[in-house]
Design a protein around this ligand. Structure first.
Ligand code: SF4
Length: 453
């Protein structure tokens, strides 16, 4: 096996469009093995014993999934719906409280909850009273650290003083706002009209109650979107002093997400235009002083995510890049996924079935995966590639992955020097392509995953 190396290039020309790689459909690798390899072999009993096996002094992160939104955005890839009389938020919250009690009864009493993340859907659908009730349930059942990091995803249109105050009373430390795009024509096409003033007011309200950290999500690749739109949104995020900015490519998967059928394929930016939009976002944010974190996040130099990246302590979990190093991520709510040291498991996606299970005092876990030692080791390698852009490979792994890596090496995206695999500056936008080479279970199949970039 001969070493293929890449030639270092200046930071100016690292965004090279290589269609053979950019157009690959790849997993996002927020976990390994990915959730689409879970099976029904893992049940509630397996999940319960895995929780009971946590170390006596474990640190736990809780994720609460609120699968409702006031209105659906056509690009959405999340598990969510608009609440109805037959599928109301209130009974879901009662079920969620029951699951909090059920799960907490397994966890060792010394284990501490150090992070709580509310996602969805859009948790701004909760009333202030429901927020209070959920936090009261968590405090009553878990050992909640007084220094816990508490985060919530919010749609700026749903942010109100009462809601912000309820989260602030519970100790909210970070709010993540979906901004996506400011251009009103694109907003109309994606069914998400949100004037800039609404977003600015939401940020003011949050900062006014002492929320330390604001995260803004923005997107590229949306129908009718162009590079100027991406630059405008990036500059807006920077002028709002966002602490973190996540830049997501629209994932067009209408075979899985039926609302996306509202988009005409002709209106979607081409592969190269998408790539140039991602490049424009990165250049706008780095020029504004943000540090790149992983392949799609940017953070202010003093932010904990930048610090984690600099110190090699960046991680990747179901919420994307994080500095969270907890022993266990426990997902609560319909469709929520949990990641324990030796088990992944997922709750039923069906909100009706979820309520029914909890109503009978049963666990809503329906599937999962017990990773082998080899899979855990591959997971660490993939996380290393996506977080640090460098990993060490043993001889067997090098032999197995070399044929898959060779095209990327010839293109100057990765180098293999001795035992070290390094993603080049030019290869960073293609980090998921490199990760897929390390994944023996990955087989390129059209219509399964989203585009690499
Ligand atoms: S608000 Fe967020 S979760 Fe709800 S439909 Fe829009 S993108 Fe999806």
């Amino acid at each position: 096996m001969s070493d293929l190396t890449y030639r270092a290039r200046s930071e100016k020309d690292v965004w090279d469009y290589l269609p053979e790689f950019a157009s690959e459909q790849l997993p996002r690798y927020t976990s390994y093995p990915p959730a689409n390899r879970f099976s029904g072999d893992i049940d509630a009993a397996a999940a319960s014993s895995a929780r009971a096996r946590l170390p006596a002094d474990a640190t736990i992160s809780l994720y609460l999934h609120i699968p409702f939104c006031q209105k659906l955005c056509w690009y959405c890839g999340c598990h969510t719906t608009v609440p109805t009389l037959a599928d109301p938020v209130e009974t879901y919250i009662q079920a969620l409280k029951a699951e909090i009690a059920l799960v907490a009864s397994d966890v060792p009493s010394g284990a501490r909850v150090t992070r709580i993340h509310f996602g969805g859907g859009s948790p701004d659908i909760l009333s202030p009273q429901q927020v209070d009730e959920l936090f009261a349930a968590i405090r009553a059942r878990f050992n909640l650290s007084p220094l816990a990091d508490i985060a919530v995803e919010l749609d700026p249109r749903g942010v109100s003083p009462g809601l912000v105050q309820a989260f602030a009373n519970a100790g909210l430390t970070r709010a993540s706002l979906g901004v996506q795009v400011l251009n009103t024509d694109v907003q109309k096409r994606i069914n998400r009209i949100q004037p800039k003033a609404v977003i600015e007011d939401a940020i003011k309200m949050l900062r006014g109650t002492g929320v330390e950290s604001i995260n803004i999500d923005m997107m590229y690749g949306l129908p009718g979107q162009n590079i100027a739109d991406v630059v405008e949104t990036g500059l807006f995020a920077a002028t709002q002093d966002a602490d973190r900015i996540a830049v997501f490519g629209y994932a067009h998967v209408p075979w899985m997400k039926k609302y996306q059928k509202a988009f005409r394929t002709d209106d979607l930016p081409s592969g190269e235009t998408r790539f140039r939009q991602a490049e424009a976002a990165a250049r706008t944010l780095t020029s504004a002083g943000y540090m790149p974190v992983g392949f799609d996040h940017f953070a202010a130099p003093g932010d904990a995510l930048s610090t984690a990246e600099r110190n090699g302590r960046l991680h990747r979990n179901f919420q994307g890049y994080t500095d969270d190093a907890s022993d266990a991520l426990i997902g609560l709510g319909a469709s929520a996924i949990s990641s324990l040291p030796d088990l992944f498991y997922q709750n039923t996606r069906d909100t009706g079935a979820y309520r029914a299970c909890l109503g009978e005092g049963k666990s809503p876990v329906v599937r999962g995966l017990k990773p082998t030692r080899e899979e855990l080791s591959i997971g660490r390698l993939i996380e290393g590639v996506l977080c640090n852009f460098e990993v060490n490979l043993d001889a067997d792994t090098r032999k197995a992955v070399y044929p898959k890596l060779a095209p990327l090496m010839r293109a100057g995206l990765v180098g293999l020097h001795g035992t070290t695999l390094t993603v080049s500056a030019r290869g960073k936008p293609y980090a998921r392509n490199v990760a897929a080479c390390l994944d023996p279970g990955f087989a390129a199949k059209p219509s399964v995953h989203s585009l690499a970039i």
